[in-house]
Design a protein around this ligand. Structure first.
Ligand code: ADP
Length: 465
């Protein structure tokens, strides 16, 4: 049994399916057929027995109806009436008490054996094989006028047996037909259903060997579970491809961004080694530039690491937006003494479902951008609006603004608008992507509205604790 099970598990899904369907249909059909066959056989055989007994009773009534004056000779000469009571196959013989045959009607079957004991007062019925043919044999005492004798009725079962044979043949033929039909249907169905799965397997193989570009088109277009599976696979692969390309782009950009400060430092160091050592102005300038580049590089490495780590959500999240704002604005005021900060609160104070550390980083990134990307005297206006749904924080600046075409990309890693680069505002292009990552982590949302040369407003929707 175990071996059979193992062998079954080893066969292909196609064979398993066909085998399972075939076996199920065959077993169900066999059970139904056996039950039906036995029930039919019992019912028919009972019917045959009843018919045999009824004929005997009819004949007995017929003899009684002849009255006491009737003689055997008269009946012998006129058997037509008795013949009408019998069916075509039945044979009836009447014997005197010495066992000598006196009347025979429908002499089709030879004489049957008499039962043991010779007690025929009750109607005796038994099954016998006469000349190789099965039959019911009924024995009964009869009185015909003054004559006392024994009536023997032979009721052959040939019709019944022929009928049972016919039913059995029909059952077998229909069964084989049903089996062939169901196996063919399931073979067709399984082929139809397995085809996309085989295609999926081949597609996976192809992607494994040749990469994302080698994605075949699936022909299966049905709107069912397999269609869903293929669609899901396709979507997943596309997402993977996008994220894979992004990752590659990120690595390329990151190495490029890190190479630039290294090249700058290298340039300055070779300048110094050649003739700058004795020129205090060159020395001072080169050291200053190199230090700035190193600071930028350090910041970028720290930020890259933070993005790569993407730490777990802190469950004990809860932040007082006003306190966080207070701290960040104080810190920025020290860094940028000319900057002005305005703060408004609308509604009843509530805590936000985010860690203070994350919110500090978000505020710091957005507010410092507003100060840095600014040609006027920087003015940062912050409004906290506590509503029923969430806490909305709007941070607006009077800076250079962001052109519409750049807005979709400012949250991308390492994205810096060209003007920011040429204007020599130091930055890494990572601040807003870290901001976005933190906001997504705490189920917060961010929106940007900007007008060139007028300013930018970031609207953050923070979930409430
Ligand atoms: P960076 O380190 O360059 O500031 P960010 O991810 O913080 O990186 O910002 C990406 C780019 O979006 C910046 O280089 C800048 O060009 C633009 N940007 C962000 N905030 C502002 C702002 N408030 N006003 C104008 N431009 C902005």
């Amino acid at each position: 049994m175990k071996r059979l099970q193992e062998r079954f598990l080893k066969t292909s899904l196609k064979s398993k399916w066909i085998l399972a369907v075939g076996a199920t249909i065959f077993i169900s059909y066999a059970i139904i057929s056996v039950v039906l066959y036995i029930a039919l056989q019992t019912w028919l055989i009972n019917n045959e027995e009843k018919n045999a007994v009824r004929t005997v009773e009819d004949l007995t009534s017929f003899f009684e109806a002849q009255g006491s004056s009737v003689t055997i000779q008269r009946l012998q000469n006129n058997t037509a009436l008795m013949k009408a009571i019998l069916t075509q196959e039945q044979t009836v013989r009447i014997f005197n008490l010495d066992g000598i045959e006196v009347i025979s009607i429908n002499d089709i079957t030879p004489i049957a054996a008499f039962p043991d004991g010779n007690d025929y007062r009750a109607t005796l019925i038994n099954e016998q094989s006469i000349d190789g043919k099965d039959a019911f044999v009924v024995h009964k005492l009869v009185q015909i006028g003054p004559f006392h004798g024994v009536m023997q009725l032979i009721h052959p079962l040939t019709t019944f047996q022929a009928m049972m044979k016919y039913i059995l043949t029909t059952i077998i033929i229909v069964g084989i037909g049903a089996l062939v039909f169901s196996v063919s249907i399931s073979y067709y169905l399984v082929n139809l259903l397995m085809k996309p799965l085989v295609q999926l397997r081949d597609a996976m193989n192809l992607v494994r060997n040749d990469g994302f570009k080698a994605q075949p088109e699936f022909q299966y277009k049905a709107d069912d579970e397999i269609g869903d599976l293929l669609h899901m696979y396709r979507t997943l692969m596309n997402e993977l491809e996008i994220s894979f390309t992004k990752q590659q782009q990120f690595v390329a950009d990151a190495s490029h961004e890190l190479r630039t400060p290294i090249q700058v430092i290298e340039g300055h160091l070779s300048l110094l080694s050649r003739w700058g050592k004795n020129d205090p102005q060159v020395l001072d300038e080169s050291l200053h530039t190199s230090l700035t580049e190193i600071t930028r590089m350090k910041k970028m490495i720290e930020e890259l690491l933070q993005l790569a780590r993407n730490e777990e959500v802190d469950e004990s999240k809860s932040a007082d937006v006003e306190i966080v704002y207070e701290e960040v604005s104080k810190e920025l005021q020290q860094l940028y003494p000319t900057a002005q900060f305005e703060f408004h609160v609308i509604g009843q104070k509530e805590t936000a479902a985010i860690t203070e550390h994350a919110l500090t980083q978000i505020f710091r990134n957005i507010m410092s951008n507003g100060i840095r990307y600014n040609r006027n005297e920087p003015k940062i206006q912050t409004t906290v609006n506590y509503t029923e749904r969430a806490i909305f924080v709007t941070i607006a600046d009077n800076g250079i603004g962001i052109a519409k075409e750049h807005i979709p990309y400012i949250f991308d890693r390492l994205y810096r608008i060209d003007e920011s680069r040429t204007n020599a505002i130091t930055g890494t292009g990572l601040g807003l992507s870290i901001t976005k990552m933190l906001l997504e982590k705490y189920q917060a949302e961010i929106n940007v509205e900007s007008t060139l040369n007028k300013g930018t407003a970031f609207v953050i929707k923070l979930p409430k604790k």
